[in-house]
Each structure stands twice: as structure tokens, then as C-alpha cells.
Write a protein that binds this ligand. Structure first.
Ligand code: ADP
Ligand code: MG
Length: 308
């Protein structure tokens, strides 16, 4: 049986600082990423995503619990785990006095790749990330989005077995984001495994095979984005202009949200026909669309916040 690309078991991290109360960033996270999967970690600011990725990438020690990369215990044998991984850290910056071409190439050489392979991978990844035009400019002269593309280009060029990307597409334009998606899909086609965080839920939906929502240092839910949408009552969203006054008659179809006179019902596809009949009988105009992952996320995390 082949081992998981990543497996954590009851991982905890408590930050302690003199003169400040301890902060529990991870309160027992158990998760796994299968080989070849693209998994997204979602969660509000401060949920613990970056802490998890720092521990997984050997940059920080956990307070307790274990985490393994391809079967190697990251805490006990970080030097064994490191060759398997490459990281785009949150708020990482390229070396200001190197050009993107120099940075990517130098990094690959430092990881032990030969000249020829490093050269061809550098060109390929600069091209994939739309950096050809800027490849010979010092990073200090690049825009924020171009710098971020340089960081992603550096890491995808490694073709490492396991890539960690902490908000990789932050500050990128919609075209550049799609370049990232395509590059990451291409990497998993070649056998890599990817764990990323993002606040762009369209990105999580477009990119991830599976996702975990982290809330206050714990796994709140896991599944596919379709699972998550079903868990809030359906995969379709029906907007009913003027429907708020008859909200009671729609409650049995799924989760209802009244906003002024407007009513939104989240419904399973099997019950759409029945709902539409009721809308017609009630003289309401209905617009049907897909539930977005963002709506499901807001509901699932919102419910958890309200429970406290
Ligand atoms: N070095 C640190 N010292 C103390 N607290 C920290 C430190 N780094 C992060 N934290 C706290 O740990 C929690 C989780 O942070 P983080 O992992 O960065 O969350 P996320 O990436 O999900 O936004 C937050 O409450 C944050 O303030
Ligand atoms: Mg973070």
C-alpha cells in the first residue's frame, strides 16, 4: 500500500510569548492528502491555515501531534521530508536584486537540478506564468502581481512531489489566476500533489478535488465542493422577487434567506419542479442559478459561529 502524500494526526500548535496569553492556533487537526490530489484549506483569517502549512513544510514545530510527508515524520526527521516539498509562503517575496529568470534558475540549481534541466524548467515556468516579458527585470521593479507570479513560477518549476501554496494567487489579475490554475493542474497531471489555501472560493472550486474548512484551529468539514453545497440543502439557488412575504410556504424546500422583499431558497435539483410550480401558483418570478461555494462557505462557517 502506498503512503499518503500528507497525513496529520491530532496536530496542535500553541504559540506562547512572554507577557502575552498563549494562542491556540491548531487545536487537533487530523487530515490527509492523497497522492496526486489538489486539496484546498479554507477558513477565515486566523483560522490556523498558515500555521498548518508552516508545520507541514518544516518551518515550525508543532506543540503536539504528528505530521508525515510521504511517510516521513516532519517533526522528527525534517531533513528526510524536505526534498519532497516546495513552498510558496504567505506574503513571500522574490529576491529584489535578482530577475525572475535568475531566481527560478538559481533556486532549481540550489535544489540540486542539473544545468540543462534547470534551464528548460525555468523557461517553461516563466512562460506558463506569463513572465517572459519581465524575466530579465530586477524583481524590485516589478508590480505586486508580477512578484507573486515570480514566487509561483519558482515553486512550480521544482515539480516537487508535494507543493504547499499559501494564498498563491493573492493580488493577481483574473488572467494570471487562471495561469496559476492551469499550471497547478498540469503539475498534478505529472504526478505532484498540492495543498493550497485561498480566500477566492471560485478558485477553490475550480481547482480542488477536495477541501477542508478550518475554523478556530479545527477541521469543521471536509469533502468536495459539491458535498459542501449539498450540506447546506442543495446545489441550486432560486431567487424569488417579492417572495419574502410567503417565506413560510417555501421552508420545506431548503434553506431560505429573506433580504428585503426578496427570497432566496437553496434547493436540491430533484425538488426544483415542485418549487417552480409553487412559485407560479404564488405569482412569483423565479430565477434559478447554481449555489456558489462562497454561499455554502458563508452558511457552514456562519452556522458554526452562531452556535457559540
Ligand atoms: N508567531 C505567532 N505568535 C503568536 N500568535 C500567532 C503567531 N502566528 C500566528 N498566530 C495566531 O495564530 C492564529 C492562526 O494564525 P494563522 O495560522 O496565520 O491563520 P490563517 O493563516 O488561517 O489566517 C491566529 O490567531 C494568529 O493571530
Ligand atoms: Mg494565513
Amino acid at each position: 500500500m502506498s503512503v499518503e502524500a500528507l497525513r496529520s494526526e491530532d496536530l496542535r500548535k500553541i504559540y506562547t510569548q512572554r507577557g502575552a496569553p498563549p494562542v491556540t492556533a491548531l487545536a487537533g487537526v487530523s487530515l490527509n492528502v492523497h497522492r496526486g490530489e489538489r486539496v484546498a484549506l479554507l477558513g477565515r483569517n486566523g483560522a490556523g491555515k498558515t500555521t498548518f502549512l508552516k508545520i507541514a513544510s518544516t518551518l515550525l514545530r508543532p506543540t503536539s501531534g504528528t505530521i508525515e510527508v510521504f511517510g516521513h515524520d516532519v517533526g522528527r526527521a525534517p531533513e528526510k521530508a524536505r526534498p519532497y516539498i516546495a513552498v510558496v509562503p504567505q506574503e513571500g517575496k522574490p529576491f529584489f536584486h535578482l530577475t525572475p529568470r535568475e531566481q527560478v534558475y538559481t533556486y532549481l540549481r540550489a535544489r540540486g537540478l542539473g544545468r540543462e534541466v534547470a534551464r528548460s524548467r525555468t523557461e517553461e515556468s516563466l512562460e506558463r506564468m506569463g513572465l517572459t516579458e519581465f524575466a530579465d527585470r530586477l524583481a524590485i521593479t516589478l508590480s505586486g502581481g508580477q512578484r507573486q507570479r515570480t514566487m509561483v513560477a519558482t515553486v512550480i518549476a521544482t515539480e516537487a512531489p508535494l507543493l504547499f501554496l499559501d494564498e498563491p494567487s493573492i493580488g493577481m489579475d483574473p488572467f494570471a489566476r487562471r495561469d496559476v490554475w492551469e499550471s497547478l493542474r498540469n503539475l498534478t497531471r505529472r504526478g505532484s500533489t498540492i495543498l493550497l489555501t485561498t480566500h477566492y472560493l471560485d478558485e477553490a472550486e475550480a481547482l480542488s478535488d477536495r477541501l477542508y474548512i478550518i475554523e478556530r484551529g479545527e477541521v469543521l468539514v471536509t469533502g468536495t465542493s459539491e458535498d459542501l453545497k449539498r450540506s447546506v440543502g442543495g446545489t441550486l439557488k432560486v431567487s424569488l422577487a417579492g417572495g419574502a412575504r410567503v417565506v413560510e410556504s417555501f421552508r420545506s424546500f431548503g434553506s431560505c434567506v429573506a433580504d428585503g422583499e426578496h427570497l432566496t431558497v437553496i434547493v436540491a435539483p430533484e425538488r426544483l419542479g415542485e418549487l417552480m410550480e409553487l412559485a407560479v401558483r404564488s405569482h412569483l418570478t423565479a430565477t434559478v442559478g447554481p449555489v456558489t461555494l462562497e454561499e455554502a462557505f458563508l452558511r457552514v462557517v456562519g452556522r458554526s459561529i452562531n452556535e457559540d
